[in-house]
Design a protein around this ligand. Structure first.
Ligand code: SAH
Length: 214
């Protein structure tokens, strides 16, 4: 049985306190993360790692992002109710669950079939209804574009042009960029007009690489 006990909730509350001391101030993000039992994304034997502020290995050589990274990316994304959000890199589905908790209309693409399937089962189990797809997120999802928000949870050598074109005017993209996956720069891109994007930087992070392309 999937249990979210008082003990888990207590550990989660403690983790969120830690994230606040690290600079997470967005109440909606903190609330959304409080509502998602991160330990249920772990196998039973490793669930005690779920409330440490660390990334953890999942299938296909990928990782469930560090809680601080999830919180920071979610905060930077400034998600509003009913925003159409595109996530590239469903992975475990944890970040996707947090985005759903922010009342967004979430579309999430995962490269690896095994992760796509596991995440789909997990999120359905929580009663969440994101649209999940399996494929190469470099191309985005033109059929549903434009998006109010786009988030990449894997490191890109450069910002994929097709994703820029699928961002609505006034929209925000949060993407870790760089050549070295151990040391990527978190970029926040705001599309201020059809042709103009404003960019700001928000610290250095480590991510698994964006796969596919071309
Ligand atoms: N958001 C996830 C993080 C998973 S790690 C979570 O909360 O668990 C990043 C994920 O991006 C990996 O699962 C990886 O397979 C996926 N990925 C890498 N390149 C991709 C691409 N081109 N399209 C879609 N997903 C991709």
């Amino acid at each position: 049985m999937n249990l979210d006990t008082y003990k888990h909730q207590g550990l989660r509350r403690k983790l969120l306190e830690e994230l606040k001391t690290k600079g997470i101030t967005d109440q909606a993000v903190l609330q959304a993360m409080m509502a998602v039992p991160r330990h249920l994304f772990f196998t039973k034997e490793f669930e005690h790692f779920a409330y440490e502020d660390k990334a953890f290995p999942i299938e296909a050589g990928q990782t469930i992002s560090q809680p601080f990274t999830v919180a920071m990316q979610s905060q930077l994304l400034e998600v509003g109710q009913y925003h159409k959000v595109l996530e590239i890199g469903t992975g475990s589905g944890y970040q996707c669950a947090v985005l759903c908790g922010l009342s967004a209309n979430v579309f999430s693409i995962e490269f690896h079939k095994v992760l796509h399937q596991t995440a789909a089962k997990m999120l359905k189990g929580f009663g969440l209804k994101p649209t999940l797809l399996c494929g190469d997120g470099n191309k985005g999802l033109p059929a549903e574009a434009p998006y109010d928000r786009i988030m990449l949870t894997c490191g890109a050598a450069e910002i994929p042009k097709s994703l820029m074109s699928q961002l609505s005017v006034g929209g925000i993209m949060v993407i870790p960029v760089g050549k070295n996956n151990e040391d990527l720069e978190m970029l926040k891109l705001i599309r201020v007009s059809e042709t103009k994007f404003e960019q700001s930087t928000h610290g250095r992070f480590r991510f698994v690489p964006l796969l596919g392309g071309n």
